[in-house]
Design a protein around this ligand. Sequence first.
Ligand code: PHE
Length: 353
Amino acid sequence: MPQWMETQEFLDILQGLRQQARQDIAGAMDSAALEAVRVRYLGKKSPLSQLLRTVGTLPPDQRPRLGQEVNAVRQELEEELNRTARRLADAELAHRLQAEAVDVTLPGRRRRRGTRHPLTRVLEEIQDIFVSLGYWVAEGPEVELDYYNFEALNLPKGHPAREMHDSLYITEEILLRTHTSPVQVRTMKAMAPEVPVRIIAPGRVYRRDALDATHSPVFHQVEGLEVDRGTTFADLKGTLAFFAKRMFGQERQVRFRPSYFPFTEPSAEMDVSCLFCNGAGCRVCKGSGWIEILGCGSVHPFVLQESGYDPEEVSGFAFGMGLERIAMLKYGIDDIRLFLQDDLNFLRQFARG
Ligand code: PHE
């Protein structure tokens, strides 16, 4: 029965195409591959379209049924293609979302915050105390004239007290300042005859010293100066005692010992009761119970006059302290070189709490 064979053959081819198509649909790994499958099986030149065109060669009574068969397969494949296309699109979207995801819960990269250098911190404390007393902060050059560093401060050439300063000279008349006292003269010259003068002058100073645990060729001082009508040594004592207690604690005692500086008269050293043993005597204060903090005195009339003030009209007091020394005492630091070494383990201890 050739007609039956033909019909059966037609159905076999259709079945083969259907199965092959379903297999290829299932095997498509992404939307693009699936589109290719769609074109291959449902396009105008696809075997299915060709098969449909052969329906006309079949026995007429079979044609409607076989035509329906082809269309049923066609519809089935279309549905399967659409289902798969949706599945693939969903998977692709999910994959893209995952790949491009920003995890907002991921902790940020922590930035290490810097800390103030202990010397800066101590200087700021000193400045705050004196600013609260009406002082201004003044500055002067580190490369200084012999005149301001010595001459105007009552230290003429050949004065034995110059020997106390191991100076670093640049020329015969220019040197790296050995102390901040020249800022006294510069400030007074700029302000004279105006009163009151109340300044502190922090800055770097230089001495020809070798670096060891207690000496450094470069260190810092804070100078202080008050000039006014009627300023007395009592003002000096009151001001510096106030400072010492603010700086080192209200329980600190202070004492003034006679001393000598060519630019103050009388001169003194101020001690505070030892921070470590509270005056009982220990290794730090070498058993004395006192620690020297600064040098001070009434401004010498020569310096007032040289700077443009009339010593008969005004008087003043001055003081100078080593910043490193204050910081070492305040924080119990035993080696001045630590200030220069940029060791983060050292520096981080001074973060403000
Ligand atoms: N300039 C002095 C020194 O370097 C300190 C000082 C300053 C003393 C002001 C008295 C008055 O040692």
